[in-house]
Design a protein around this ligand. Structure first.
Ligand code: C2E
Ligand code: CA
Ligand code: CA
Length: 642
């Protein structure tokens, strides 16, 4: 009735899905709810209810909630209230405090605020505000930077609502809202983004970001035609593993950081440097027109890294191998280009330390071949394709065969004999070395046992077998060797195990324990490649070695550099004082032999005496009671005197 009579001051209709119409009307100060439902047979049924009291209760609740919300906000949020008709703004104390301001520092104008907004954010803010006012959506919310009184920008999130002049112009007349400081959150977000794109050790861009930069360069080049020249360099430190193993990871990290800083110093504007993996760096050169330019750059980079690094009081030298990829090779993606540089880097590694190689597409095939080799190796261990060769170790007092070092070869069905350098590192990486090493060990021991049976006192004193780092870390190693020796009935005293310096330095305590246990089996121990790691003899006397093998590189360089002979002399002297024998490796020339004899080395091994031999040929040598005429050999007349 109220509806029909039009006495209602205000009406609100709501039509439900089932056709029910709900009408609220304010009559004589009371609020009446009318629910009108259609009847199936036609007509309506109206239900009236006085909801004044319910409304009052709701209103009271709303007010108290609002007050509560305001209070809560006031504690952490700054409030602002902008009267658009007068263009005056009220800023709450909290709002002012957030920006380090006092009430007397603001005039109560929008400019107080707007002039502090970061220039980069001002447009976006204005756009957000305009779009809100145009659409009249629920509320207005945006984030931007504002200048604090300490001259730093803080990040704030602002939300607000407009009050509209519904009866009059329909324009907004007031904007009210709050502001909170979100600098902390922004910093966390930025750190997250940073961590995803930068390496934590060196602070350099990581692989993902580097790829992105290469891609940008490729796009730019595609747009500019072939004019824009650039190159991708893949750098890998030589012998980083040795440094890491012998000096420790922390020093290793310091070296990486120093290398990064030095490389950064060598770059030009626009170039990028990235850390790709442990000791791998990428460089994007953007000022190279030709291949020659890129190669020249590689030379400079290598020269820059050649000077000593000073790490915790030690001088450390390092060098890099560099693979270079140029866009002229026609790469589809940034990944392809980086992979090409990586492949070229591996080629450079083959050429030795401090080399560089420019990628050409034929290398791709080779890289795939390597992959094939790796999968073949898995089968090699099962199919008994690993064999061992025997290189005589010659006594420098008698000229007789004192023993043999056994050297593994892989007898590949198609490729023939594969050298250890081409499969031992793979085998180390994928764990196959355990099987391969075990086979080499067993075969060597079987040969030794057979020679003892056959030749009695003409059999060599012992057989020297190389251990890999994995084998040395295997907790079952000692027991396995013990079982194997017992099984084939070979005394441990006939076996000598060779362990490299860097393998010991990796985990000195555990290694010392293993080595002592091995000694208890009666086997003797050699330290291999001595002089190539970073250990010192005084340190090494803590390990139970019987023999020290001077690395081939010292022997080879002995003639050119007198100081190498001096190093060998010192090593031999100290070794003897510690009661250890010395074996010189890689003896190739009579002059080397002469010097080594003068320096008091007990044993020598090398092509001058013999290349590694088959089991047959090694056995023949023993049967013939081979004895080298050392005097003649050191004069360069030796080979005739069989
Ligand atoms: P290594 O233990 O230093 O072995 C000596 C290497 O020097 C051998 O290379 C040997 O053939 C080579 N050599 C000997 N005399 C001369 C010489 O007068 N001049 C020159 N230039 N080289 C000489 P090979 O057989 O290629 O073995 C290389 C490395 O592979 C070995 O270095 C050793 O670390 C590893 N290796 C070989 N067999 C095994 C194995 O059964 N197990 C493990 N874990 N490593 C092995
Ligand atoms: Ca060896
Ligand atoms: Ca060696």
């Amino acid at each position: 009735q109220a509806v029909e009579r039009g006495v209602a001051e205000r009406l609100e209709y709501m039509r439900a899905a089932d056709g029910t119409v709900r009408v609220e009307t304010l009559t004589d100060g009371r609020r009446i709810e009318v629910v009108r439902r259609a009847l199936p047979q036609g007509g309506y049924i109206n239900r009236y209810a006085d909801v004044t009291e319910r409304d009052r209760a709701e209103e009271a609740l709303r007010l108290s909630e609002e007050r509560y919300a305001l209070a809560a906000r006031a504690s952490s949020e700054g409030l602002w209230d902008w009267d658009l008709t007068t263009d005056r703004v009220y800023y709450s104390r909290r709002w002012l405090a957030m920006l380090g301001l006092t009430p007397d520092q603001v005039e109560g104008r929008p400019e107080d605020w707007f002039q502090r907004i970061h220039p980069h954010d001002a447009d976006a803010l204005k756009a957000a505000l305009d779009s809100y006012l145009a659409k009249g959506s629920e509320q207005f919310q945006t984030e931007f930077r504002v200048l604090h009184s300490d001259e730093q920008y803080i990040w704030v999130a602002v939300s607000g609502v407009a009050v509209w002049d519904r009866e009059g112009t329909g324009e907004p007349i007031r904007l009210v809202g709050s502001m909170i400081d979100i600098s902390e959150r922004k910093r966390a977000e930025e750190k997250l983004i940073h961590d995803a794109l930068y390496d934590s050790v060196t602070g350099l861009p990581n692989r993902a970001l580097f790829l992105d930069r290469i891609e940008q360069m490729m796009t730019r080049r595609a747009e500019a035609g072939s004019g824009e020249g650039f190159a991708v360099l893949f750098l890998d430190l030589d012998r980083f593993k040795v440094i890491n193993d012998s000096l420790g990871h922390e020093v290793g990290d310091e070296l990486l950081i120093d290398v990064a800083r030095r490389l950064e110093g060598s770059l030009e504007r626009g170039d990028s440097l990235a850390r790709l993996a442990s000791d791998e760096f990428g460089i994007l050169l953007t000022h190279v027109a030709t291949e020659d330019d890129a190669v020249e750059n590689a030379h400079w980079l290598k020269a820059d890294l050649a000077a000593a690094f000073h790490l915790r009081g030690q001088e450390v030298f390092t060098s890099v191998c560099i693979g270079i990829a140029l866009p002229s090779a026609g790469f589809r993606t940034a990944e392809d280009m980086l992979r090409a540089a990586d492949i070229a880097m591996y080629r450079a590694k083959d050429r030795g330390p401090s080399s560089h190689v420019v990628f050409d597409p034929s290398m791709q095939t080779r890289a795939i071949t390597q992959l094939q080799l790796e999968s073949d190796l898995r089968r090699a261990a099962e199919r008994d394709e690993i064999l061992v060769l025997y290189q005589p170790i010659v006594s420098l007092s008698t000229g007789r065969v004192a023993g043999f070092e056994t050297l593994a070869r892989w007898n590949h069905p198609e490729r023939g004999l594969v050298q250890p350098a081409d499969f031992i590192p793979f085998a180390e990486d994928n764990g196959l070395i355990a099987r391969i090493g075990e086979q080499a060990l067993r075969k060597s021991c079987l040969s030794m046992r057979d020679w003892m049976k056959e030749l009695g006192s003409d059999a060599p004193d012992g057989i020297s077998i190389n251990l890999s780092s994995r084998q040395l870390q295997d907790p079952d190693l000692v027991r396995d060797i013990e079982v194997m020796l017992a099984h084939i009935k070979l005394p441990g005293s006939r076996v000598k195990l060779e362990v490299t310096e860097s393998m010991i330095m990796r985990n000195p305590e555990a290694t010392a324990r293993t080595l002592h246990q091995l000694k208890e089996l009666g086997v003797s121990l050699s330290i291999d490649d001595f002089g190539t790691g970073y250990s010192s003899l005084s340190y090494l006397h803590r390990f139970p070695f019987d023999t020290l093998k001077i690395d081939r590189s010292f022997v080879a360089a002995m003639e050119e550099k007198p100081e190498n002979a001096e190093i060998i002399r010192t090593i031999a002297l100290l070794a003897h004082q510690l009661g250890k024998d010395v074996i010189a490796e890689g003896v190739e020339s009579p002059a080397q032999l002469r010097r080594l004899m003068e320096l008091g080395c007990e044993f020598a091994q090398g092509f001058l005496f013999s290349h590694p031999l088959s089991e047959e040929a090694a056995g023949d040598l023993l049967r013939r009671r081979k004895r080298w005429d050392l005097a003649a050999l050191s004069r360069g007349e030796g080979h005739a005197a069989e």
